[in-house]
Design a protein around this ligand. Sequence first.
Ligand code: PEP
Ligand code: MG
Length: 421
Amino acid sequence: MSTLTITGLSALEILDSRGRPTLSVTLTAQDGSRHVAGVPSGKSTGANEAVERRDGVADHYAGQGVEEVVATVEGEIASHLVGHGWDGIWEIDTTLCGVDGTPNLSRLGANAVVGVSMAAARAFAHASGQPLWRWLARDGVAPRLPVPHFNILNGGAHAPNQLEFQEFMVAPIGAPDLPSAVRAGADVYAALRALLVEDGLDTGLGDEGGFAPDVDVETALRMLTKAIDRAGYEAGRRGVAIALDPAATGFRGHDGRYLVGDERLSAGDLIDWYTELVEWYPIWSIEDGLAEDDWDGWATLTQRLGDRVQIMGDDIFVTNPQIITEAIERKVGNSSLIKVNQIGTVSRTLEAMAVCRDAGYTQMISHRSGETPDSFIADLAVGSGCGQLKSGAPARGERVAKYNRLLEIAAANPDLPYGLG
Ligand SMILES: C=C(OP(=O)(O)O)C(=O)O
Ligand SMILES: [Mg+2]
């Protein structure tokens, strides 16, 4: 094991992909090497996520800044970390959580903590002489190149249209290798653009780089299926499948009904509709199909569709090992989305993934809708061997940075397997 002595810690307020303030953290190690992490930021956040801290006063250009968070990294956090030798990321992360003292990192800010934790992980990888993905691989886990899930059609909180579902992703599950999968994502994205133009629909983009036309859910699914075909791929698991993130908390009314078009659906109605959609379209995964507090509905959804599609929790699980453990006990979902900033440290992220693995729950590593060019999650997806990554459309620099990092890893490591595993 390599010991890491931290000699410096600094932070900077930068902009994320939405033009909102976020921070980058730079950690300097004893050998003079510098390790930088860019902090992402979600918009459709789960109620139980670790808390992103922002300055109290909304400022003139982009909402609330993070200057106080920058000061916390350089002041309080640095005072606990700099000048000490550390034996592992667990030790640093445990110290950060202890110094924070709250269950959700709200005092220091999860954005401060996660930036330091990611930079520290990079420093440990460097000290061990390994690429980040290999250093992140834990005992008993076989690294692999994940199936990229390209979010090419955006709705919900990420787009100005009326489309209820937040994300319509294409997943080249049947591609022979990672480069072919990335090419397939780009081909389908281009085909969808052409279809939108042909139909006179808007080709403006949502927050994650997918198109944001004003269409309803079934039209979106029809267009996606057609785009897959038009691009020359087989629609379905042997070729390019569809994954949905309805992010259902976002279209649930105060009375607990789900508001879709003119309809006010119960959880049961919505589950019936999902069952039909899975029948009619090549859907392989549904994330946040019901609201985050609708645990009974989730159990029913899992019972009804869990043996046919991946039923994945995002807002409901928030990458929290305790919540995922409860979900496993209650047979809620069969898969978890994994977002590092949702739980706040690299160690707790790895713990959440281990809990999933032990229970046979699949996992998908995820970006946030507000991103930087940081490609940490690409390495995490490979090292964890989970087989799935979502990072938005195959366009826009902050999204493409992750897919391009996968391509780099693939090129340098031709023996790494590709696929769901
Ligand atoms: C990536 C997502 O969105 P956000 O980052 O806004 O939570 C998501 O809901 O899966
Ligand atoms: Mg989600």
